[in-house]
Write a protein of this length. Structure first.
Length: 95
């Protein structure tokens, strides 16, 4: 398995434990540039793009989609193995 796939499985397992969180893993064959996870947490829309490490940046179309979500008052996040614990704590108030 690719590192990003392993990371996606790990994140999904954590998400299943967070109260008041609905999420869906977006498959690679879905619409181009759709973030990896679409979530609703306590009434707030959150889109999460996963990257295999902190050096990998979103592609231009991914960045465009994340920016559009932010403009619409949703939360868009790029998450990788070094920041995921902090993101989960800050965004979902879960450890």
């Amino acid at each position: 398995m690719k590192p990003e796939t392993i990371f996606k499985i790990k994140v999904a397992a954590i998400f299943k434990k967070i109260p008041c969180l609905w999420f869906v893993k977006v498959q690679q064959m879905a619409i181009n540039a759709t973030p990896d996870f679409l979530c609703c947490h306590k009434g707030h829309f959150i889109a999460i793009e996963l990257k295999k490490d902190e050096y990998e940046k979103p592609k231009p179309l991914q960045k465009y989609e994340l920016d559009k979500i932010s403009e619409c008052m949703g939360t868009s996040i790029v998450m990788h193995p070094k920041n995921y614990k902090r993101v989960i704590k800050e965004v979902f108030d879960y450890e």
